[in-house]
Design a protein around this ligand. Sequence first.
Ligand SMILES: [Zn+2]
Length: 286
Amino acid sequence: MTDKLYRYLFDQADVRGELVQLNESYQQMIAGHDYPAPVRQLLGQMLAATSLLTAILKFEGEIAVQIQGDGPLRLMVINGTHQQALRGVARCQDEVPSGTLQEMVGKGHLVITITPKEGERYQGVVGLTEPTLAGCLEQYFAQSEQLRTRLWLHANDQHAAGMLLQEMPASNVDSDVEFEHLEQLTDTVKAEELFDLPAEEVLRRLYHQESVQVFEPGPVVFRCSCSRERSLSAIVTLDPTELQAILAEQDAIEMQCDYCGAQYRFDAIDIAAAQEGQTGGSSAQH
Ligand SMILES: [Zn+2]
């Protein structure tokens, strides 16, 4: 089963829905990291959530969904593009218990940053007041979009999956009743169904009495945006004297990407060339 995001609309209600099933992208994201099971699974949920959010928040550019706090799980971030290319990483400072979001992350925030290709960067922040990631994201939508939104997020060691329901911006008077009805139907979805059944089958089981229009699904992929050039330009922002001192001790500076594990190695010549490029070249005197 390849990783896909489905979008659908209910004919008789001003409500839209999404369903995402992730397998390969989730496995690629956690490969090479030694995350404890609760961290892996929360990353899986966040990966599914970011895919769902990316489709619902209309933008062309990049999105970052991040939780940060003072607990054992210090930071978790998923970066993505509007084309559903996602990557993610988590940082722990202690043993992370399997429990509520607060037990894992402590006191903290959920931050959503959208960087459009054109136009202003937008950032939304909510406190981690709900016990689940889905609950916190629902809070986010209640505050920022003021649209009724529900999310269902699940992950085990193999699969990550999620669903979303949201009322349409211009919904009618009966929309609360309609929304609650669809919410109750969606609430019956089991994690195993989302992991193991084809999306069409899940939707048929949940909404067999509704008239639903399901759109052609789109692919979701793991892709890291790191590169040798980006890593080198990050290195040359460091203090030149410090760089000289490091290069005097070792013959190269090595960097590993936190997200995908790619390794980059730069020797003194690489760094000098990049520093020259940075200062415009002609003024370099050493
Ligand atoms: Zn990378």
